[in-house]
Design a protein around this ligand. Sequence first.
Ligand code: GLU
Length: 307
Amino acid sequence: MGYQSILNDIAKEIIPLLKEGKVADYIPALANVDKYQFAMTLTLFDGTQFSVGLSDTLFSIQSISKVFSFTLALQTYGIKLYERIGVEPSGNPFNSLVQLEYEHGKPRNPFINAGAINVSDALVNHYKNPSDAYKEIEAFIRMIADDKSITYDEIVASSEMTHGFRNLALANMMKSFNNLDNDVIEVVEVYFKQCSIEMNTKMLSRSMLFLANHGVDPISGQRYVTDSRAKRINAVMLTCGHYDASGDFAFNVGLPAKSGVGGGIVAIVPKIMSIAVFSPGLNAQGNSLVGTKALELFTDKTGLSIF
Ligand code: GLU
């Protein structure tokens, strides 16, 4: 069966589940998103795309942006980055404070909120100021997605800032342990802007192709990260990409992937493709409920998992 028919079948099979998830209403600007939306796109190495559903609809990429900022910080700092952030699964919710205090302000990994805020801080150090740090993240995403229209939604970013008590608490906690160098508010603003970046499933699956191809964009031939860094980013996606549901996701889907509370998930099929799914209803751990199911159906139907 061809990819298009597989995607069409998946789109039919997930319909009964659309009512089950709950949108991320802790961010007021995302509370009114229609949860009955679904899109899925896969991009092959020659650039061919197969899509089903609302694949042109832009949505808030939220934590998927953590893959981009982590990649950029690794390019800049190399292994020195691991002095500030670990690479172990947290086994805790994405915004948990408890573990961070216990572990003296060193976030478990770059994909929980504390880790991503710490990465923003490292980028602010490198690019000298918060607005340039954000601009570099955006420029990097535009480059790897080959799309200059990509930008962030100011309403979502300011909604996150107004209600970002927990993220500010995480940043303050790291600051109290001397693991955050810059102004707490400025760093968290960079983090919220990157989370508020809007993309659709076509852009997202295109942007992650380099991770399926040892760090080289198979379409442009450009190398973004070394082989070994691409391996490590994939490993962190597999073990930490879905917070405390990462084991569950590996068990059911079997691909390195990263989710965001906007309802997006991007998954890597090494050496073959990158897949993006969007459906805003979330499960209890904050991952797209239908998106997870759609990817599970995909790997079941195609046998394309890393296991
Ligand atoms: N901006 C969101 C937050 O900080 C990101 C969470 C997510 O996508 O998991 O709460």
